[in-house]
Design a protein around this ligand. Structure first.
Ligand code: NAI
Length: 332
């Protein structure tokens, strides 16, 4: 069986080729993104393997169905880029990798907290220019600070435990309170109370209708002045324009984002010789208290190995007409 990969980078090829030693599927890799114009590249392939910024809207799914594609394997956890209803109607099975390494993402969120607080990104550049002054690098102790975690699924849980380990008071908001986390000391609160009490807020919920622009000009005023916001979830959880306004007034004191509303045009590409047309990301990157990484939270050796193994296992089991062994892997 042939699997056509979109948005495939050299590291994807390496991990999938290695995992495929146990399966022997035929692979075709394309570095380009999947979108209406690139569907044509799919040739004699029943399976398409896609990533976070590939377009899986109705138009693309219909074109894929015409090409004979029967299965889409998302090599990521989130599936906000998929029209679930259209996939169901077209009889296309969709699987994902629900939890390849929650710790990889949670550790990156923690790295962002630490870097923003202790200004490591600035210290690195400063020392390289033989400027050994500490002026402007003042941080704060994380110990006993209040951290609010929105979404306590696989990643949110791992992040809560890391912050408990740092000696923080951990508050959480989710649709359902997690009894184990509560027993470990995490306090579940309504969203507004979490926003009011947190020194640091980290977003780990999925992007959907309820969570789109969860952080915007309606919710920011509830937060403490100087709050730190970390987003390793999805870009649209934050209204970027409202966040920029709040950074300008100082209401948001620090912002760490691994995801961005309009990342499709930017992330995973080397644009170092291009003129960036997106003024919002340029404004964001001009703030000294904003740290942007390009959707790299998942990017560890362990996570890549797990992504490839779970994806190929789900494809093989679905192909046999069985349910994927990984809980939550089947989307449609
Ligand atoms: P998960 O499905 O295990 O957990 C999501 C949690 O959010 C669940 O507990 C759910 O009840 C909760 N939730 C749903 N709607 C909510 C709402 N309206 N308000 C508050 N909580 C809500 O997902 P997981 O694996 O923890 O991933 C979370 C998100 O992280 C993914 O949806 C994805 O968008 C993002 N992600 C980002 C990566 C990166 O590299 N930056 C990598 C992997 C995931």
């Amino acid at each position: 069986m042939k699997i056509t990969f979109f948005s495939a980078k050299p590291y994807d090829k390496e991990s999938f080729l290695h995992a495929n030693e146990a399966y022997g599927f035929e692979f075709e890799f394309f570095e380009t993104e999947l979108s209406a114009p690139t569907v044509e590249m799919v040739q004699s392939s029943e399976v398409v393997c896609a990533f976070v910024n590939d377009k899986l809207n109705r138009q693309v799914l219909e074109a894929l169905a015409v090409k004979g594609v029967k299965m889409i394997a998302l090599r990521c956890a989130g599936f906000n880029n998929l029209d679930i209803e259209a996939a169901r109607e077209l009889g296309i099975r969709v699987c994902r990798v629900p939890a390849y390494s929650p710790e990889a993402v949670a550790e990156h969120a923690l790295a962002m907290v630490m870097a923003l607080n202790r200004k490591t990104h600035k210290a690195y550049n400063r020392v390289r220019e033989q400027n050994f002054s500490l002026q402007g690098l003042l941080g704060f102790n994380l110990y006993q600070k209040t951290v609010g975690v929105i979404g306590t699924g696989n990643i949110g849980k791992a992040f809560c435990r890391m912050m408990l380990g740092m000696g923080c008071n951990v508050l959480a908001f989710d649709l359902i309170a997690d009894k184990n986390l509560e027993a470990e000391g995490v306090v579940f609160l309504p969203l507004i109370m979490l926003l009011q009490q947190s020194d640091i807020i980290s977003l780990h919920c999925p992007l959907n209708e309820q969570t789109t622009h969860l952080i915007d000009k309606q919710t920011i005023p509830f937060m403490k002045r100087g709050v730190m916001i970390i987003n390793t979830g999805r870009g649209k959880l934050i209204d970027t324009k409202d966040a920029i306004d709040a950074l300008k007034t100082g209401h948001i004191g620090y912002l760490g984002i691994d995801v961005y509303e309009q990342e499709e045009k930017l992330f995973f590409k080397d644009l170092s010789t291009h003129i960036i047309q997106d003024d919002m990301i340029q404004r964001l990157m001009s703030f000294p208290n904003v740290l942007v990484t390009a959707h790299q939270a998942f990017f560890t050796k362990e996570a890549l190995e797990q992504i490839a193994a779970v994806t190929l296992d789900s494809i093989a089991t679905l192909n046999k007409g069985e349910q994927p062994a990984t809980k939550g892997a089947l989307v449609v």
